[in-house]
Every structure is written in C-alpha cells, then in structure tokens.
Design a protein around this ligand. Structure first.
Ligand code: G6P
Ligand code: MG
Length: 211
C-alpha cells in the first residue's frame, strides 16, 4: 500500500520538541510574556515566526518587525545552544528499529519538517546520510498546515503523494498531510486526534501499519 514514509522530525524522530518549549519559555520569561504547555501545543509543526506571532497573542506589548526578528533570533540561539549537546541518545524510542525495518522492506524514508535547523539536528543524531529525501524549513515558503513540505518530500522521492504515509506529532502536520492527499499516522501529542488515519501508541506500532 505505502511506498514511502515521511517522518516529521521534532517530537517524532528526536526529542527536540522539548528544547523548543524550553527555549521559547526562557525568552518569554525574560520578556514577561505568558507561556505554558497549552500555548506550546499550538506551536508544534509551525514555523519560527508564526510561532512567535502565536506567542505574542498573549501580550499587550507591541513589537516592531525588527524587535520580532530579534526575539525569534534570541529563541533560536537558546535552542541551538541546547542542540549542540544533542546526540543519537536523543533519538526517540523505536526510531532505529523502525527505520531499519522500513529499509529492509524496501520502503523509502524521508523527513518533512518545518525546521530550518533540520540539517544540524540530523547531523547531531548521525542520521544525515540516512534518509532518501529531506524536505525542511529551508526549502519551503508555507509551513504546516500547508502541505508544501510534504509534497516536496514526495517529489524529491519521486513517489506519488497517495503512496506516502506521514508520521506526525502535531495537529498542524496531520492537517498538512491530508491537504497533500497523504495518509497520516499520529503519535505523541497528536495521538488523541480523531483526524488521523492511524494512531501510534509508540513508534514501533508502525510495523503493524506497514507489514
Ligand atoms: C518544527 C517544530 C516547531 C518549530 C518549527 C521551526 O516544526 O515542531 O515547533 O517552530 O519546526 O523550527 P526552527 O528550528 O526553524 O525554528
Ligand atoms: Mg513535530
């Protein structure tokens, strides 16, 4: 049924979703802006500047475009600082096993992530040469829930969207996959979504979907 699996990165392959949370949290604390895990929930899969705009809905303060760029840069500096100690120990449970399983089955594997830090992360976790295609925040104009990043991944693989399965932990990503005519398996934060085609209690459950 599926010829390729397109993985989201943050919160699916690697536990960097928590580092995003901590970095935004630090910036917000310094600025006196309200921030909590409910607000963070809405940032999953969403680009850096769009994330900042969502965060700024919680303050009366007005920031100029230049100030907004500086806030986003400050957050990204904190975030990249935490990435420098990232290693393959930070791969989420089941990642190695599932990737090897798919390779053995001849299923192509790709990354579809809104993050501009994707190349650095893949390098830190030693997966920079593993995927058949990588489509990330550096390649796209519109981030999830727009399907652009997934459609580009399919195009890079040379496989029709209908034959791709997306793995996502973000609601924005579940919507993006569907808008790209792809099926989607939800895990983690998105796993209680009624929108997903498959729900994965853990990543290893993917072996039951692709068998
Ligand atoms: C992923 C994460 C988002 C993040 C986005 C941009 O989609 O789930 O939380 O905002 O990437 O990340 P970046 O590393 O480019 O700031
Ligand atoms: Mg994610």
């Amino acid at each position: 049924l599926f010829e390729a699996v397109i993985f989201d990165l943050d919160g699916v392959i690697v536990s960097t979703d928590n580092y995003h949370f901590l970095a935004w949290g630090r910036m917000c604390e310094e600025e006196g802006i309200k921030f909590n895990s409910e607000i963070n929930h809405r940032l999953r899969g969403v680009s850096r500047m769009e994330s900042l705009n969502i965060i700024l809905e919680n303050t009366e303060k007005q920031y100029s475009n230049l100030e907004k760029e500086q806030l986003a840069k400050r957050k990204n500096d904190y975030y990249r600082n935490s990435l420098s100690s990232l290693s393959d120990d930070d791969l989420l449970p089941g990642v190695r096993s599932v990737l090897d399983y798919l390779k053995n089955k001849g299923v192509r594997v790709a990354i579809g992530s809104s993050s501009k830090n994707t190349p650095m992360i893949l390098k830190q976790v030693k997966l920079n040469n593993y995927f058949d295609a990588v489509s990330d925040g550096n390649d796209i104009v519109n981030s999830k829930p727009d399907p652009e990043v997934f459609l580009l991944a399919a195009k890079k693989l040379g496989i029709e969207p209908e034959k791709c399965l997306v793995i996502e932990d973000a609601m924005a990503g579940v919507e993006a996959a569907h808008r790209g005519r792809m099926k989607v398996a939800a895990i983690g934060d998105a796993a209680n979504s009624s929108q997903a085609d498959y729900i994965l209690g853990e990543l290893e459950d993917l072996k039951k979907v692709i068998n």
